[in-house]
Design a protein around this ligand. Structure first.
Ligand code: OSB
Ligand code: MG
Length: 372
């Protein structure tokens, strides 16, 4: 395979409703899409998950655009590779960080390779599932009653896990209200997006009586040591999201005892090679994993669904159907959910959905084409 052309595009897509987490709010996504073209003329689409602001990771769509054009594309374009698994090391060599930018290109290479191999992406990476379990991530609401309504509606729709975003002042009591409303069996969890410090350990122990399947990333975005101390003081399992940026960080989590579950987002860890390595490592250490989301369009979602088909993705992922986010997605068919499950499009090679290129062209606010 030889990637001879990469086209970057920024599109804007309004969310159906604003989404607030402890570190910020979004109403409209600025989405960076990539189109990769192979020397044989085959092409595929991928998505860079960097956000609008550096409130989740240091990267943004603008830093990713710069990193791809100046540093990543020059290392990839015109290079003959046997397998997309070669790119991660190539992009790590003397090149720190910029994982989301790297992942946008690296994952596109996996999508393209699967297509050239005539296989669906999920089978190409060793996926074993025909469908994946779906969870929903509920943003911080204006009142506990509103949150209860949202959680009940999600359960009625069939979602298999409800993740509640929390922050100081909107936490234990709000989640307790939901637990009381939905009963003991619902799969509930909380995600703090770094809202607390280790000094809040006693307060966070208030979650222990609520039967949560996990609490996600309570402490700082790059912390492992304090999470280990916190985990000793909580019976609720800690799941790490922001802190796990590589296989080595996952290994450190296990060594230190910083958490018991990992939310894998391929974008956060530099792409599929790294995500699969973390998955395999976690499996060996009996750490369950699940697939996180970054409000991807239908293109990024195709990669998430393929990744979540690997065997150790045993907890429902943040892979909600298209209609939960957008009035209209940019792929067809749109991603849908039946009985809380999303079917993997195993009948198609590559990413498995058709990309609405005319609509993308109409939504594009910025584009750049790169060649060797
Ligand atoms: O912490 O998992 C997170 C979205 C943006 C940034 C961080 C997070 C999230 C989500 C979205 O929870 C989940 C989804 O895509 O449905
Ligand atoms: Mg999270």
């Amino acid at each position: 395979m030889r990637i001879d052309q990469i086209t970057l595009r920024e599109i804007r897509l309004a969310l159906k409703e604003p989404f607030r987490i402890s570190s910020g709010e979004i109403r409209e996504r600025r989405i960076l899409l990539l189109e990769l073209r192979d020397a044989s003329g085959a092409h595929t689409w991928s998505e860079c998950v960097a956000g609008e602001a550096p409130n989740y990771s240091p990267e943004t769509i603008d830093t990713a655009w710069a990193a791809i054009t100046q540093w990543i594309a020059p290392r990839v374009l015109g290079r003959t590779i046997e397998h997309p698994g070669e790119l991660y090391a190539e992009l790590e060599h003397d090149f720190r960080g910029h994982y989301m930018a790297k992942a946008g290109v690296e994952m596109g290479a996996w999508g393209l390779a699967a297509m050239l191999a005539g296989e669906p992406l999920s089978l190409f990476i060793g996926g074993t599932r025909t469908e994946v379990a779906v969870g929903i991530s509920l943003g911080i609401q204006t009142s506990p009653d509103r949150l209860i309504e949202k959680a009940q509606a999600a359960l009625a729709e069939g979602y298999r896990k409800i993740k509640i975003k929390i922050e100081r002042g909107h936490d234990v009591e709000w989640v307790r209200a939901v637990r009381e409303a939905v009963g003991p069996d619902a799969h509930l969890m909380a995600d703090a997006n770094n809202a607390y410090t280790i000094d809040d350990a006693d307060h966070l122990a208030g979650f222990d009586s609520l039967g949560l399947v996990m609490i996600e990333q309570p402490l700082a975005w790059d912390d492992l040591v304090r999470h280990a101390e916190l985990q000793k003081r909580l019976s609720t399992p800690i799941c790490l999201d922001e802190s796990i940026t590589s296989l080595e960080r996952a290994q450190d989590m296990v060594t230190l005892g910083s958490g018991k579950i990992i939310n894998i987002k391929a974008g956060r860890v530099g792409g599929f090679t790294s995500a699969i390595a973390i998955h395999d490592f976690a499996q060996q250490h009996r750490i369950p994993v699940w697939c996180g989301g970054m409000f991807e369009s239908g293109i990024g979602r195709a990669y998430n669904v393929a990744l979540a088909s690997l065997p150790n993705f045993t907890i429902p992922g943040d892979v909600s159907p298209s209609a939960r986010y957008w009035a209209q997605d940019i792929v067809s068919p749109e991603w849908t959910m039946t009985d809380g499950m999303m079917r993997i499009p195993l009948e198609h090679r590559g990413i498995g959905v058709a990309v609405d290129e005319a609509r993308i062209a109409a939504l594009t606010v910025r584009t750049e084409t790169l060649r060797p």
